[in-house]
Structure formats: structure tokens, C-alpha cells
Design a protein around this ligand. Structure first.
Ligand code: RP5
Length: 291
């Protein structure tokens, strides 16, 4: 049984802000309206008629997507590690709908089926939060008595929003590997490097990504979520205390990014999905300025 607790990464009650009452990303599909007090499945909502939507790209069955739930050959092991696909949720043991597919543990979204997400149920991602202290003229910058930290942010190609350089965990991949790979691809444009350069870069990243702190593990309020498919992530902080580790990397947007930069951490940040929540938690962890 799954207790539908609508909390953000920092414990607020505003989940399903970005995956509700809006036009679905990369489409002209408008979600069915879900008022704040009707998000929770426990609240009766007989008029609820979610729009049925699975994008054409998902229907074409690329390697990263499940089959349609109506296909007889499709018999996933829900809530388990199913071959190489991890179908467990960080939130809870999710329930199945009467159609036999996972039900979003955080409530209604106004869309049923998968939208543009590949997996029924949780779609697992990993987000590297690479930080350093802000310096000016060789001196640390303070605000309200606290040091200002910065993190590496990429600008997403799909919607232009600034975000963490995260990505999907490939089947069978360790989260630590996803964090390193996605950072390399999105913030350093590693896909454009020669094999030798890639090897060197991976060795340097290995050293820097050796130890990190888990900042958040759980559900993401991602605009692609539906009633049956949703994003979850592990967000880890890799902090460069004296600025010598990350200085080795020259930032270069690549893969799904069109821009990359160091951004100052503060409460004014507007970021993709729940990423601002993860940054707030990171500021707390570092004892850095937030507001
Ligand atoms: C977010 O989507 C996660 O936090 C992660 O940053 C991202 C992964 O999806 P893609 O960037 O691969 O589209 O929910």
C-alpha cells in the first residue's frame, strides 16, 4: 500500500506543480484539469477524465521504452528489478490500476499512459550537483554572513530551461556511472572528444566523482510525468572545496544541452522540474547562502 504523501524534496506541499494543468511537453496535448485538492487519489473525483497520451516516439518502441501494456508478450515484474530494468520506486510499493499498469504514487496529473516517458512506472535518473565556492578577486564572496556557492547548470535543448546536467540511468547501469557519464556528455561535451581525450577526461572525472553526498533520492515533479509514468532521481553533490578539482574541466555544452555555466546558488533560481529543491538542500548541506 502506498501512502500518497505530496511533499517536495524539501518537505513543502506543492508537488505536481510542473506536471499538472498545463500543455504536455513536446506536444499540443492539454492535461485534464486537476485542482489542488484533487491530486490525491484518496479524494473522490468522479468527473476526472485524464487525456490518454503516449507520444509517437515511444509508440515506435525504441530500446529505452517498454512495450504497450496491451501486448501479450509484455509481462513486467512491477516493483522489482526486472532483468536489467529497475521497476522499484523510491517512494513506495506502487499500486496497479484496473488496466494493470502502475499508478503514480503522488497523485493525478491529468494524463494517462506514458506521455513521452519510456517506462511504465518509475523512470530512473541521476543528477550530479557539482559545486564550488564563489570567488571574486581571489577572495570568497559572502552574503548575509554566509559564503556564496555556485553549481554547474546546463540549459536544456528541449525547453530552454536551466537544469542539473542529469540523465536517465541506462538498464543495468550503476547510478555512480550515470552521474559521471551524464556530466561528461552534457557539461563537457565528451561525445565530441577523441577516444584518447575521452579516456583522459574519464580518469579526471573518476578522481573528482570518487566521493559525493546523496542530497535527494525520490520522486521528481517533472513536466513529463503522467498518471502511469513518472521520473525519480538520485541527486548527489560533488563539492570542490578549494576550486582545484573542477578547474580541470573546461565547460562545453553537449548532448541534450545548448548552454552550460556556473550559477550562483540562491532562492531566486528558476530551474527545471524539482531541481531548485535539490539546490536548496545542497545549500543547507554546505552551509552556503540561500536567501
Ligand atoms: C529530471 O529529468 C531528472 O531530475 C533529470 O535531471 C532529468 C533526466 O531526463 P533527461 O534529461 O534525460 O531528459 O526529472
Amino acid at each position: 500500500m502506498c501512502a500518497a504523501v505530496n511533499r517536495t524534496a524539501h518537505g513543502g506541499n506543492n508537488l505536481h506543480v510542473k506536471c499538472r494543468n498545463d500543455t504536455y511537453p513536446r506536444s499540443n496535448i492539454v492535461r485534464a484539469n486537476v485542482p489542488d485538492d484533487k491530486v490525491d487519489w484518496k479524494i473522490s473525483f468522479p468527473e476526472y477524465k485524464p487525456v490518454v497520451y503516449t507520444s509517437d516516439s515511444v509508440k515506435k518502441k525504441p530500446v529505452w521504452a517498454d512495450d504497450d501494456c496491451t501486448e501479450k508478450s509484455f509481462s513486467p515484474k512491477w516493483n522489482e528489478v526486472d532483468g536489467k530494468v529497475d521497476r522499484r520506486s523510491f517512494v513506495c510499493k506502487y499500486e496497479l490500476t484496473e488496466e494493470g499498469v502502475p499508478r503514480n504514487p503522488k497523485g493525478r496529473t491529468g494524463i494517462k499512459e506514458r506521455g513521452c516517458l519510456g517506462r511504465w512506472g518509475p523512470n530512473h535518473a541521476a543528477d550530479p550537483i557539482v559545486t564550488r565556492w564563489k570567488m571574486e578577486g581571489g577572495k570568497p564572496v559572502f552574503k548575509n554572513g554566509k559564503r556564496v556557492a555556485q553549481f554547474i547548470s546546463i540549459q536544456r535543448k528541449d525547453n530552454g530551461e536551466w537544469a542539473l546536467p542529469g540523465g536517465m540511468v541506462d538498464p543495468g547501469e550503476e547510478v555512480s556511472e550515470t552521474l559521471r557519464r551524464e556530466f561528461g556528455e552534457e557539461a563537457l561535451n565528451s561525445l565530441k572528444l577523441s577516444p584518447d581525450e575521452t579516456q583522459k577526461m574519464l580518469e579526471t572525472l573518476d578522481e573528482f566523482f570518487h566521493s559525493g553526498t546523496v542530497i535527494y533520492k525520490g520522486y521528481v515533479d517533472d513536466p513529463r510525468n503522467t498518471d502511469n509514468s513518472w521520473m525519480e532521481t538520485v541527486a548527489m553533490n560533488f563539492h570542490d572545496e578549494n576550486g582545484s578539482g573542477v578547474a580541470k574541466f573546461s565547460l562545453n555544452a553537449g548532448s541534450d544541452a545548448v548552454g552550460v555555466q556556473w550559477l550562483d546558488i540562491s532562492k531566486d533560481l528558476k530551474l527545471y522540474a524539482s531541481h531548485a529543491d535539490f539546490i536548496k538542500k545542497t545549500a543547507e548541506h554546505l552551509g552556503a547562502y540561500w536567501e
